[in-house]
Write a protein that binds this ligand. Structure first.
Ligand SMILES: [Zn+2]
Length: 381
């Protein structure tokens, strides 16, 4: 046994910023095909409640989740994440507010996009996910519980399913209802395609399984395997505790320095200095990439990441479940036609004059829409 505590070391690696080097995080790889998606299948797990006992310890009173996801956001400025108070708990954020103010005065679309890029946060929706022993999944993921910072496009697909009361048309049944209920769940198929320079997930969706929800783990008779389910839930991650909480003072100072054009990353008054010190050296090489793609789309981590030794496959006795393959074939068809559409939207991507102008993947666009909605709301006040 090593004299070093691997858990402690890993904890310290964590950048506390929504952009972790966290071995518990699942990061989809960077797709390089616009037609042939990289696929993963997982179950979304239910919210972690205050007082629950998890592998990582008892969930504290302020770490309980109200939903199956936890939303948080970062303002990315000079490659550094700054947690956004508005995204976290709807409190005031000087950076967002400045962005909204600028947007009110700007009507030209490209200029508006530039403002949004500079002033608006990237938002993430953290969920706990369980990768069953399914042949679609890479071997090292099978049987593991990870967390995933889902982009808005993925969350939207999930919430649309939540809103459906039943499977609908028996000719073409759909997943519906509380898909994260461990006893009656639907398997989510994440499809990663390349769109522009980024990943697109818009062809992803739940596998309908004939409109019949199933337990996330089954025994030989196809009934819920309670012991295994318990184990899976015990391995969920305390998501709230993984998020760095926003600091109003720091955000105010950040907004000011952005407006003044200060380079606050230099030694001007120690802004964020202590915080960044420890993580700087480990993050430095990644910073450049993160600048353009803060949406956790980096593709390098799957291989590095490997499962934790003490958290490998939960059980080996799970028969590889490929019964859904038939279902997913029609999804494949669908994704191909979707892709044709997305390709035609991609034509603006050929210009390489500006790095900022061509990173508008669908996630950005949906973020943009919701931001503009919020702006409209603000106008009404
Ligand atoms: Zn903000």
């Amino acid at each position: 046994m090593s004299k070093y505590n691997i858990d402690d070391i890993r904890k310290k690696l964590k950048s506390k910023s929504g952009k972790f080097n966290d071995p518990d995080e699942f990061k989809p790889p960077k797709a390089d095909s616009t037609t042939d998606p990289i696929k993963f299948r997982f179950y979304v797990l239910g919210p972690v409640m205050a007082g629950e006992k998890l592998k990582s310890g008892v969930v504290s009173d302020d770490s309980g989740m109200e939903q199956f996801f936890v939303s948080h956001g970062n303002h990315w400025v000079n490659n550094r994440p700054h947690p956004c108070p508005r995204t976290w708990d709807n409190t005031e954020c000087d950076v967002c507010q400045t962005g909204f103010d600028l947007l009110k005065e700007e009507k030209e679309e490209n200029a508006r996009k530039a403002i949004i890029n500079a002033w608006m946060p990237s938002s993430y929706h953290m969920i706990n996910i369980y990768f069953p022993n399914n042949k679609v999944n890479p071997e090292e993921l099978r049987g593991t519980v990870k967390f995933f910072n889902a982009p808005k496009s993925v969350l939207d697909i999930m919430t649309a399913t939540l809103m459906r009361d039943d499977a609908g048309d028996s000719e073409d049944p759909q997943a519906f209802g509380v898909f994260f209920d461990e006893t009656s769940s639907f398997l989510f198929q994440l499809e990663v395609l390349k769109q522009g320079k980024n990943n697109s997930y818009k062809t992803s969706g739940f596998l309908a399984n004939g409109g019949k929800p199933t337990p996330i783990a089954k025994d030989k008779d196809g009934k819920a395997d309670d012991n295994k389910i318990k184990k899976i839930l015990f391995n969920r991650h305390d998501l709230v505790s993984k998020i760095e909480k926003p600091d109003q003072d720091k955000i105010s100072r950040l907004a000011k320095s952005m407006l003044n054009g200060d380079d606050y990353d230099d030694d001007n008054g120690g802004f964020d200095k202590d915080e960044n010190k420890s993580s700087k050296s480990t993050n430095e090489s990644k910073d450049k990439k993160e600048e353009k793609e803060p949406e956790s789309d980096e593709g390098d981590s799957l291989i590095d990441e490997g499962p934790l030794d003490d958290e490998g496959p939960l059980d080996d006795d799970d028969i590889i479940d490929d019964s859904d393959d038939q279902k997913s074939k029609s999804d494949d068809q669908k994704s191909k036609s979707d892709d044709q559409k997305s390709k035609s939207n991609d034509s603006s991507d050929s210009s390489d004059s500006s790095d900022d102008s061509d990173d508008s993947d669908d996630d950005d666009d949906s973020d943009l829409d919701s931001l503009l909605d919020q702006l409209d709301d603000d106008d009404d006040d």
